[in-house]
Design a protein around this ligand. Structure first.
Ligand code: GLY
Ligand code: MN
Ligand code: MN
Length: 484
């Protein structure tokens, strides 16, 4: 919608009527203010003396002309505050600070100012009072106060991430993210190459936030469990309804419909639905093939539920039966994944899991005559075994030993693109099996066990009926028209 006469009239009515009413009927399982407060306390505890942590919101991004992409908050900002709006900056101080009125504080969040006119177009804002009452943060100011806010940063070590780049600067807003960053640079007399200035400590920021975020609290685990279960339900429904004449796009839509049906707001990354050769592109996101056909269909799709992202891949035969060659490759990947699972427990290492699983793939590919040696095998399995998941799909972690309450993916794969230096019969076979595991004291819990993994279990699921089977749509009328 653009600014037409009608919308101006509506806007005038709204301005007279006052600010938008608060939203009702919201989900009740968001992270609590107490969770975010506990994370800030843990951060403060881990910070070195005389330091401040500074976290900026992510920038907004243009999708097309005057339309922005759906806004996604910086996961660090969300973790420490629960604040989901752009144009904001958080400061957490190690030692209490005192403002001009003599009030002491250890943290301050600068937020977007409330603006009924702006909110009518781009959505409700919490503003100072909303953040105080809903997120429980005491010291909150509008971004417009950041410039003159009297705090001496010159004697503090500043823990921060790389500053965001290419930040749009709205000329009619003097407190948008671009301004907050410029003012921060000024306040701290930040040199252009701040990485070389010891006052700005990117490494300690990354270590502390990695150490905090890699261990999930009970509240986080609940949200991650939901994200993963929902993603599995999407995989299952697609398995039950898939047909070779479906398009990659339709299958993507079915996954994402199921996600939303269960309350997941979005996806943790662009959904990957690649049939046949497309499965060989690791982060394939075009999903434009009009018929998935009878080859293997690789579906790497993760729901994002209240900020937490799952990451689950299933590779299935769209016609319901794995061919003999597909089965051989699939089984190799499956065995590699099983071997990795067996190593998982509190205190185990990524190196160990990586080695046992990669050895299975390497030896298998050599035995089948697909790879000549270890280096050759690497070409067919060119990525690592897995990563942490959480508020980022590739979540923050220091990648030390695995510990209880970490949640990781285990995702071996084999991809044999057309033209590979092996028998043609293997070409265009691509298999990834990706599961999400919670590390426990004695082993692991497979959070994604809701979706079948073995050849037999997948074929059985595909043979089942789906509630979506009855959902028939009429063909497009405009498809009958000719362009000229
Ligand atoms: N879906 C991205 C990944 O598996 O890492
Ligand atoms: Mn992954
Ligand atoms: Mn994935």
């Amino acid at each position: 919608m653009r600014l037409t006469k009608t919308s101006l009239l509506l806007l005038a009515v709204c301005l007279v009527a006052g600010p938008l009413l608060a939203q009702t009927d919201l989900p009740t399982d968001y992270l609590t203010p107490a969770f975010h407060a506990s994370r800030r306390d843990a951060l403060r505890k881990a910070m070195p003396d005389s330091s401040v942590t500074v976290v900026f919101a992510y920038p907004t991004r243009v999708f097309s002309q005057d339309v922005d992409y759906f806004y996604h908050q910086n996961p660090d900002m969300y973790y420490f505050t629960g604040y989901k709006e752009p144009h904001s900056v958080l400061m957490v101080f190690k030692e209490p600070q005192v403002d001009s009125a003599g009030n002491s504080f250890t943290e301050i969040l600068f937020v977007q100012k409330r603006d009924p006119r702006g909110e009518q177009w781009t959505g409700r804002r919490l503003g100072i009072e909303g953040v105080q009452s809903k997120l429980g943060i005491k010291t909150v100011m509008n971004g417009s106060s950041f410039k003159t806010f009297p705090v001496d940063l010159s004697k503090l070590k500043i823990l921060m991430e790389e500053l965001p780049i290419d930040v749009p600067d709205a000329k009619n807003d003097k407190a948008d993210l671009a301004d907050l960053i410029a003012q921060f640079r000024e306040k701290t007399a930040m040199p252009a190459d701040y990485h070389k200035d010891k006052r700005f400590d990117l490494r300690t920021f990354s270590q502390i936030t990695g150490a905090l975020r890699e261990i999930k609290t009970a509240e986080e685990l609940l949200l991650l469990r939901k994200a993963v279960e929902i993603s599995c339900l999407g995989q299952n429904e697609v398995m039950k309804t898939v047909r070779p004449d479906m398009s990659e796009l339709e299958i993507q839509g079915l996954h994402e419909y199921i996600h939303k049906r269960y309350g997941a707001e979005g996806v943790g990354y662009g959904s990957i639905v690649g049939a046949g050769e497309n499965g060989c592109i690791l982060h394939y996101m075009e999903n434009t093939k009009t018929k998935v056909g009878s080859s293997l269909l690789l579906m790497d799709v993760g729901a994002e539920y209240h900020g937490y992202s799952a990451d689950v891949t299933r590779t299935i035969p769209a016609n319901g039966k794995f061919s003999e060659n597909e089965k051989i490759i699939y089984q190799l990947v499956y065995d590699a994944q099983e071997a990795a699972f067996k190593t998982l427990k509190d205190g185990s290492t990524w190196t160990e899991a990586e080695k046992v699983s990669r050895d299975i793939v390497t030896n298998g590919l050599i035995k089948l005559g697909i790879a000549k040696d270890k280096a050759d095998a690497r070409k067919y399995y060119p990525h690592g075994l897995g990563h942490h998941i959480g508020l980022d799909v590739h979540d923050r972690s220091n990648y030390g030993k695995l510990q209880k309450d970490m949640v990781i993916t285990i995702e071996p794969g084999i991809y044999i693109p057309e033209g590979s230096n092996c028998d043609k019969k293997w070409w265009s076979i691509a298999v990834r099996i990706e599961d999400d595991a919670l590390i426990t004291e004695t082993g692991y819990e497979l959070l994604s066990a809701f979706a079948p993994r073995s050849v037999e279990a997948i074929e059985k699921m595909i043979a089942e009926q789906s509630v979506l089977d009855k959902y028939k749509l009429a063909p497009l009328k405009s498809a009958e028209k000719k362009a000229f």
